[in-house]
Design a protein. Sequence first.
Length: 550
Amino acid sequence: MSEVSPNKKSYIRNTLTVGAVAAALAAGYNMRGTTDVGAQQGGGTTPITTAPVVQTPATRDAASMQSAFRDVAKTVEPAVVTIITEVKTPRTSTRRRMQPFNPFGGGSPFGGGDQGGQGQDPFDQFFRGFGLSPNSYDRAKVRAHLQEIQGGGGLGSGMIYRSDGLILTNAHVVRGADTVTVKVGEDKTYKNAKVLGIDERTDVAVVKINATNLPTVKLGDSSTVEVGDWAIAVGNPFGLSHTLTVGVISAKARELPFNQRNPGDYLQTDASINPGNSGGPLLDIYGRVVGINNAIYSESGGNVGIGFAIPINTARTIADQLVKTGKIHRGYLGVSIADVADNAAAFGLDANTQGVLVNNVDPDTPGARAGLQPGDVIQSFNGQTVTKSTELQRLVGSAPVNSNAQLKVLRDGQTVNLTARLDELKDETPRVARADGDQGTPNNNNTAGSTTVMGMHLRPLTPDLAQQFGAKATRGAVVVAVDEDSPAAAAGIARGDVIERVGVNPVSTPADVQAATKRILNNKNNDDKTVALSVNHQGTSSYVYLKNTQ
């Protein structure tokens, strides 16, 4: 028999004591010291006093919180289901992939481009949101590990939100499945569940099982969620049904780079989320659903404290349409847009200007018929203030088709009210991302007589130059060459691009570009020394940002 050293005895005793205290706390015993009767020694007994159980106001508060989590589990878990899918015929994967960012186009309810931006890789934009520089992370690793969280073998989660068998889940959980099986609780299995509809843009799906009087979740209001609120995730990670984890809301309105068709509106949480959680509920402390667990960032495939959920307000709207018609009808305005917030000075606008800048208006669209113009700043849509492109994109997309939308627009310092009758957004093939353009090597032939602005060699746009460079703009200054390691090169401007606006002001000549750029850069409020240019690239206009490094 091996001996236990005094130090080891002490360690074991302390460990057992801590374990006893923890067990007492978990069991909810009254917090007080206890006295036990020890072994008999010399015909008598020796009392052994154990360590007192902690009882303080703080522990009472913690115990109360513990009770709240228990109540949430008891209330919600019966309505959280396991979804098992089967694909009988092998198919090419249809999982969402992270697409290259296209600063000069892409699908959105506005036509034209997405939300504009600075011509950056989406991963640059995404991780700048975390305070990281573009070179501080491994892009290949991010692309591999920022992922949807469907478990292996067609396993996911869902939630019953109507007692007649309607279930909310993620589109990628049931997409392409030949059969869908839903497991409710430990002993009820429903085969051949019906997928009523899926929406690829929001990754929301509705599934129906033939049952009545089912337990349901309570759908909350995600618009009231604040950073720091409790967040409780329930689902079936790795097939472990009814797993509950707790964290907080880490961020709101988070944009994810792998789904550019979906306006950025994700809730971020550090509640532990793992493969198999996809489609399960994210709850507040009252047990109300505030989101649908959707994606994680992970280098290992497991939880690292960065999870994302679709706001329930978005999911509810989508689900209602899917149940009624089996598809989604979205409003369409027909403009490309860019954020003004944090970049007002770069546009030559007052530092306090809030809204969304109209970059381009497609012809014969609701925006064009309403009288929207490039350079307008949309400040409200149907009475709701907008400060970000994604907010406006979401509002337009959710507005009824053929409805009249009221727009409040800032134009040349004056407020203009417009009415746009929305068309329906048609599914379209995403435009091919802009490849690195030919910046051209400056030489005497193509730069003779040109004006140089921030590394761009500019000449007046003439029919001959338009034909030579394939430019499709009708007005502006054409880029005939770009200096290496210049602000223009860093922004991705290429030979043949046409500068149509500097800030919100239209330009017709290189001299216009030079004067307007100088005026914006010399603005005392422009601390970043950045100027926004509307660039026409092969017929599509979008804003890019040039930062003066000199």
